[in-house]
Ligand binder design. Structure first.
Ligand SMILES: NC(=O)c1ccc[n+]([C@@H]2O[C@H](COP(=O)([O-])OP(=O)(O)OC[C@H]3O[C@@H](n4cnc5c(N)ncnc54)[C@H](OP(=O)(O)O)[C@@H]3O)[C@@H](O)[C@H]2O)c1
Length: 252
């Protein structure tokens, strides 16, 4: 894929919305979009979004994705402030690490609300804006846990990611007739707040995690993942829609 036209500003003028923008991958997505010439709306919970180290030009919108009104508000606020929307990245998520038999109702509700219901509402609210966008695309950030159930007790999280993978395929079919591409992307292990709830031998730098890579080397930094994600979401992404792009480099 060509990536260095227009002095590397291959998102020039495009309007990008990123959820979970104060997190590990989210910060990298916002920085990369800004670097490549996009106008960016960064969302997350207050106070994290207020204190996050983000490019000065990025618009910050505080929203709690457990609140449906906040999900809708953040889309309209972003579209109003950016003058429309071209790329939406549903990146925010929350992880519960507990044996299946210990899961409580609140665990199930939290992962459902943040990881699946919020992307549903954000896609629906973004649709009219994306219909008027340039090479419009939605990226749903998922996980291999949504395919294989996870390598730790993360069944509730995996269940929501599985739902998002299938939902992406269904929505891609419906939105495709409006010229909107929708794909899911499964990143490799990223050292982030989310991973702190996992057992320590699943930290990114451990031999166990490195050995899971078919390439036998550590995952690339979030900046590299963000670049690939946004390049695929841009017009350079061509026919990529419906599918899950798996960057985990695992062989299962
Ligand atoms: N880390 C990994 O190894 C890994 C592997 C596979 C897939 N993923 C996926 O990659 C994506 C990014 O994860 P990450 O590693 O960057 O995790 P992270 O640093 O923990 O970031 C997650 C983000 O989600 C936001 N979030 C959680 N609950 C929210 C709520 N109720 N309302 C609004 N925002 C909320 C957090 O916002 P606050 O900053 O306000 O808390 C945070 O910015 C996720 O979809 C994750 O499932 C990660």
């Amino acid at each position: 894929m060509a990536a260095d036209g227009q002095d590397g500003r291959w998102l020039e003028g495009l309007r990008v919305l990123v959820t979970g923008a104060a997190g590990g991958l989210g910060r990298a997505l916002v920085a990369e979009a800004d670097l490549r010439g996009a106008k960016v709306a960064a969302t997350g919970r207050r106070p994290n979004i207020d204190t996050a180290d983000l490019p000065a030009a990025a618009i910050r919108i505080a929203a709690d994705l457990r609140d449906p009104d906040d999900c809708r508000m953040l889309v309209h606020e972003a579209a109003e402030q950016l003058g429309g929307l071209d790329i939406v990245v549903n990146n925010a998520a929350t992880l519960v690490c507990k044996p299946f038999n210990e899961l409580e109702l609140d665990d199930l509700e939290t992962v459902w609300e943040v990881n699946l219901r919020a992307p549903v509402l954000i896609m629906q609210e973004s649709f009219p804006y994306l219909c008027k966008g340039t090479s419009p695309a939605i990226v749903n950030v998922v996980s291999t846990a949504g395919v294989n159930g996870g390598i730790a007790p993360v069944s509730a999280y995996g269940m929501t990611k599985a739902g998002l993978i299938v939902l992406t395929k269904a929505v891609a079919r419906e939105y495709g007739t409006h010229g909107i591409r929708v794909f899911s992307l499964s990143p490799p292990a990223i050292e982030s707040e989310m991973r702190r709830v996992l057992p320590s031998d699943l930290s990114v730098a451990t031999d166990r995690v490195k050995s899971m890579s078919a390439l036998g080397r550590p995952a690339p930094p979030p900046e590299e993942i963000a670049r690939f994600t946004l390049l695929t979401a841009s017009g350079e992404g061509g026919l990529v829609t419906g599918t899950m792009i798996d960057l985990s480099a695992t062989a299962y």
